[in-house]
Design a protein around this ligand. Structure first.
Ligand code: HEC
Ligand code: HEC
Length: 162
C-alpha cells in the first residue's frame, strides 16, 4: 500500500519534471527567436533593442545606410521631433552593431532620414507595393512579427508570393 503510493508520487514527479523542462525549452526557444548572429554583436543588438524600441518598433539595420545610423547615434538629443537618452557606452555598442549590419551610401548620395527615402529599404522590397505614407507603423501589415524584430516571417498574403 505504502510503496504503491510512493511509486505514484514518483511517477507524478517525473511527469511534472518533463512538463517543466518543456516549459523551459519553450521559453528559451522564444528568447532565441532573434536571428542568430556572431556573439561579438549580440550585446550591441541587445542594447539597440533596449534603447531604440518603445516609441516605435526597432528598425532593422539593413534598411538604412550606415551614415544615417551614425547621424542618429551622434545626435540622440535631436531625434526627429524628440530626444533620446543614450549612454555613451550604449552609443558605442549600438554603433558597432548597426555599422556591421548596414551598408554605406554612395558618394554624393543624399542622406535619408526616413525609410521612405532609403534606397536600401527599396532594394529589399522589389515588386512590393508599399503603403503611402510608409512609416514604421506599417511594417506589421506584412511582417507578422515586426514587433519582435523578426522581418523574415511574412503574413500569409506575402509568404508565398514571388
Ligand atoms: C523617445 C522616443 C524615441 C526613442 C527612444 C527612439 N525614437 Fe526613433 N523616432 C521617434 C520619433 C518621434 C520619430 C519620428 C516619427 C515620424 O516623424 O514619423 C522617430 C523616427 C525614427 C526613424 C525614422 C523612421 C521612419 O518612419 O522613417 C528612425 C530610423 C529612428 N527613429 C531610429 C531610432 C534609433 C536608432 C533609436 C535608438 C537610438 C530610436 N529611434 C529611439 C522617437 C523615438
Ligand atoms: C506591403 C507589405 C510590406 C510592408 C508594408 C513592409 N514590408 Fe518588408 N518585406 C515585404 C516582403 C514581401 C519582403 C520579402 C521581399 C522579397 O522576398 O522580395 C520584405 C522584406 C523585408 C526585409 C528583408 C528580410 C530578410 O529576409 O532579411 C526587411 C529587413 C524588411 N522587409 C523590413 C521592413 C520594414 C522595416 C518595414 C516597415 C517600414 C517593412 N519591411 C514594410 C513586405 C513588406
Amino acid at each position: 500500500m505504502y510503496s504503491l503510493k510512493r511509486r505514484k508520487t514518483a511517477r507524478l514527479l517525473v511527469i511534472l519534471g518533463i512538463f517543466l523542462c518543456c516549459l523551459g525549452l519553450g521559453w528559451s526557444l522564444a528568447a532565441w527567436s532573434l536571428e542568430p548572429i556572431p556573439e561579438r554583436f549580440t550585446a550591441g543588438r541587445e542594447t539597440y533593442l533596449e534603447s531604440c524600441k518603445g516609441c516605435h518598433i526597432a528598425i532593422p539595420p539593413q534598411v538604412m545606410p550606415t551614415e544615417t545610423w551614425r547621424k542618429l547615434l551622434e545626435k540622440p538629443q535631436n531625434h526627429y521631433s524628440t530626444s533620446v537618452d543614450l549612454l555613451s557606452l550604449s552609443q558605442v555598442l549600438i554603433w558597432d552593431y548597426l555599422r556591421a549590419y548596414s551598408r554605406p551610401l554612395y558618394k554624393d548620395e543624399p542622406l535619408p532620414l526616413y525609410l521612405e527615402q532609403s534606397r536600401y529599404f527599396k532594394a529589399l522590397h522589389p515588386r512590393v507595393p508599399l503603403p503611402q505614407p510608409l512609416t514604421e507603423k506599417t511594417c506589421a501589415n506584412c511582417h507578422l512579427n515586426a514587433n519582435s524584430f523578426d522581418f523574415r516571417s511574412l503574413t500569409p498574403q506575402w509568404d508565398n508570393s514571388p
